[in-house]
Design a binder for this molecule. Sequence first.
Ligand SMILES: *Cc1c(COP(=O)(O)O)cnc(C)c1O
Length: 243
Amino acid sequence: MTDSRRDELAANLAAVQTRIDDACRAAGRDPSEVTLVVVTKFFPGDDVVELAGLGVEHVGENRDQEAGPKVAELDEQVRSRLTVHFIGQLQTNKANHVTRYADVVQSVDRAKLVRALDRGVGNALEEGARHTPLAVTLQVDLGQGEDRGRGGAAPEEVPALADAVAAAEHLQLRGLMAVAPLGLDDDGTRAAFERLARLGEDLRREHPEATWLSAGMSGDLETAVTCGATHLRVGTAIMGSRL
Ligand SMILES: *Cc1c(COP(=O)(O)O)cnc(C)c1O
């Protein structure tokens, strides 16, 4: 790790934290309500170590093949200070492996995946490969009409899916996650995140523990903060462009 990379990450992190603080101030929110998840996909484990040294506590990864080895190579000290969020599309046959290293899976979008993750956590607990339940958010597809289908459950599927997670022995329902549909202007993105926030309110009537709203990335984090996001998933603005 060169000092220049460390300086670059530190400067980018500070700039993003300033954006979050400003957005919170404008929205009358306390910045401590907002958790920054630094998305480290495409970037090496050395960067994760550096981020941990800079005080980052949450990292996000979106591909099992990349994330598994990257997390496994972290030393115990670094790993124990980090919460690892899996945020990508997840095939059912990879679910078991993801439960070996993820603390949170944000991208749960179908009942089959709920069952596979619950079984995977059960196995991992039995084998001593993990010691905690798996926190889960449901990914919602905020696309409308032709924009549907970029990943996530349809809004009308959320209640049944939430019940399935809540009933699963080894999973803990935490809330909702979404990616803004592509090609929207600020108003469109805001409308999409407001739909997500309303779905979250509906969800909490049955599941009061489901308080997380994971929304907002490098380009739209201010809008997400305005709409009540509790978790931001920021990659490019901190890590730089894809290697
Ligand atoms: C890559 C990714 C992000 C981060 O996006 P940036 O625009 O690089 O900040 C957030 N959420 C998901 C699901 C991602 O795959």
